[in-house]
Design a protein around this ligand. Structure first.
Ligand SMILES: [Zn+2]
Length: 82
């Protein structure tokens, strides 16, 4: 029914989880820049606020930061001594 579809659309518009998922996408897009300290203060604060209550993004940020730390450690090991 067209009406039911409409109602579902409206609910999705105001559904905090739908908003939340949109926020997740933005946050994830900014994550590597955040770990590189390349975000402006407001965006970085938004990422931090989001991961505080979003376990999925928190886990992702943790994994990403671990991966980047590992890569940096590798790089510093393989680079010749100055
Ligand atoms: Zn999230």
């Amino acid at each position: 029914m067209a009406f039911a579809v409409k109602v579902r659309e409206v609910i999705a518009m105001f559904d905090p989880m739908a908003l939340h998922h949109r926020r997740c996408r933005e946050v994830r897009a900014n994550m590597s820049a955040h770990l590189d300290d390349e975000l402006d203060a407001a965006t970085a604060a938004g990422v931090k606020r989001h991961v505080r209550w979003c376990p999925n993004c928190r886990r992702m940020l943790k994994n990403l930061s671990r991966t980047i730390a590992g890569l940096r450690a590798l790089q510093s090991q393989s680079s010749p001594p100055a």
